[in-house]
Ligand binder design. Structure first.
Ligand SMILES: [Zn+2]
Length: 91
């Protein structure tokens, strides 16, 4: 049996990651026993990928429009608004 070492998305530990059921579209979800967070390796929606939220804040801070950002990153307009509202730099 092949073992797949999955690093945790949040704390990057490999030993504490266990399988945790399946998400939408039957994608395998993983749970980290160290930081008690769950995640997937592959998401259908672009905004759930790691780093996209930071990219939204960066683009808007560099004078890209809100709708431009949503179009380029292929995320919803309300996702852009919510990300800025929840980030400290969007105030
Ligand atoms: Zn973890």
């Amino acid at each position: 049996m092949a073992t797949l070492e999955v690093p945790c998305r949040y704390c990057s530990q490999t030993k504490s990651v266990r399988k945790h059921g399946t998400g939408a579209n039957k994608a395998q979800r993983y749970c980290c026993l160290n930081c008690r967070k769950s995640f997937q390796l592959d998401y259908t929606y672009n905004a759930y990928h790691p780093g996209v939220k930071e990219q939204i804040v960066d683009m808007v801070m560099n004078n890209a429009g809100l709708r431009d950002t949503a179009r380029v990153l292929k995320v919803g307009f309300n996702t852009v608004l919510r990300t800025l509202k929840n980030s400290n730099r969007g105030k």
